[in-house]
Design a protein around this ligand. Structure first.
Ligand code: ZN
Ligand code: ZN
Ligand code: ZN
Ligand code: ZN
Length: 413
């Protein structure tokens, strides 16, 4: 793992972990320029190399711990600042009130000292019904309700939570301090509510306490109470070592993956080489066929063109789940031309008031890896584009609110 400070920001992001795909195809040039809502000046920009991300099961589980600054999807977040976690409204879906689920996080440090470590997080309500309501809000200039959130956290090299040296690549690295106690049900948010009966398990919300109770804690609670004389050694929230593997009682968190990255220009285009992924390709091709059929029925020519561009570009590395744009002039690859935001739809930084810039884009392939069904009520989007403060300003809070734009298939809106 290479997170040296010497490299330029884009490479630092890439440097988190480089995949072993060593098939080098020369596929530069001839990129298709998607005409943008804002302005389309030069067409050179789309051929600028960007970093793309893939999900993999990690070789070592420890590599996803926060002291290794992982980019990861699913499971629970590896909070960068493990103490001053987001709380209150920012943890819940504004529409149904349920706690948001962790989608992914991207480690994207910058040159400047205050952002020596920098992590972006995306959370989402898993309810498609909420996302549909969220879509109506999204088009308001000052939306009040959202079922998705993006936040960023940055730390200087010298900070209270981690060693200022690069972490040891053997799993022995320890964070400098223990993190805040987390919810025993979702493993995601701060567990500041204690089970009043056993006083041993913690929850982020009444709701999670109730679900946990119904799904077995009612029995476990009694046992915990009986053994309450034993040392206060709940596995979840004291230690710095094994305790860092957060136990999650909920079965509904999305499956956990490491996000590995590579340059788009290096990615494999020869499908016959991608044996490992053969099954998933077939399945996703089917999904794409379904989508193409939908698009035939619903879309105007602009959308068809965008969709074709999108498909063609993605086909170079069909497994990709992430496209990283910051510090490039490349714009997000919108699957459809309708349902794209224009500049005025993207809010300003809530702290410095400055503009947000496009940081990365999440592709619908991630839903496939998460095993999200293709039903009517299942979560579905064609892309999520995350915008973050261009200045990555030093806000007062540990976690700053950034912005995520979700594009859905028109048939679902
Ligand atoms: Zn919701
Ligand atoms: Zn919870
Ligand atoms: Zn209890
Ligand atoms: Zn800002």
């Amino acid at each position: 793992m290479n997170i040296g400070a010497e490299e330029v920001p884009v490479n630092k992001f890439k440097g988190v972990r480089i995949t072993s795909l060593d098939d080098e195809d020369d596929d530069e040039g001839q990129e298709i320029v998607d005409d943008e809502v804002e302005d389309d000046d030069d067409d050179e920009e789309q051929s600028e190399p960007i970093t793309i991300g893939f999900v993999e099961k990690p070789e070592n589980q420890w590599s996803l711990l926060r002291q290794y600054f992982p980019s990861k999807a699913g499971g629970v977040p590896a909070w960068l600042d493990p103490v001053n976690l987001p709380s209150g409204r920012s943890c819940a879906c504004d529409i149904c009130g349920e706690s948001l689920q962790f989608l992914l996080q991207v480690y994207a440090p910058m040159e400047k000292e205050s952002a020596f470590h920098r992590m972006l997080f995306v959370f989402m309500c898993p309810s498609m019904r909420c996302l549909l309501r969220d879509q109506h809000e999204q088009w308001k200039r000052h939306p009040e309700k959202a079922s998705r959130r993006s936040s960023a956290c940055q730390l200087p090299r010298v900070n209270p939570f981690y060693s200022s040296e690069d972490p040891a690549c053997n799993g022995t690295q320890e964070p400098s301090v223990a993190g805040a106690a987390l919810c025993d049900w979702c493993g995601t948010w701060k567990g500041d509510k204690l089970c009043s009966s056993c006083r041993r398990v913690r929850y982020c919300s009444k709701k999670h306490q109730l679900i946990h109770w119904r799904s077995g804690h009612n029995i476990a609670c009694q046992k915990l109470r009986d053994s309450s004389q034993a040392a206060e050694c709940s596995p979840n929230y004291n230690g710095v070592t094994s305790a860092e593997f957060q136990k999650v009682a909920s079965k509904t968190v999305w499956p956990e993956f490491e996000i590995v990255t590579e340059d788009e220009s290096e990615s494999c285009t020869d499908m016959s080489d991608a044996n490992v992924c053969a099954n998933s390709l077939i399945t996703r091709d089917n999904i794409d066929d379904t989508r193409n059929l939908l698009l035939e029925n619903f879309q105007g020519d602009d959308d068809k063109k965008s969709w074709a561009n999108f498909q063609e570009r993605i086909a170079k590395a069909p497994e990709q789940v992430l496209r990283y744009y910051r510090n490039t002039r490349v714009r997000p690859l919108w699957p459809m031309s309708s349902g794209r935001p224009s500049n005025v739809d993207i809010p300003k930084c809530s702290f410095c008031g400055g503009p947000l810039c496009c940081e990365f884009q999440i592709l619908p392939q991630l839903l496939y890896y998460f095993g999200v069904e293709n039903d009517v009520d299942s979560l579905d989007w064609v892309t999520i584009v995350v915008y973050a403060c261009e200045a990555s300003c030093e806000a007062g809070a540990a976690y700053t609110q950034e912005y995520a734009w979700v594009q859905l298939l028109p048939s679902t809106t």
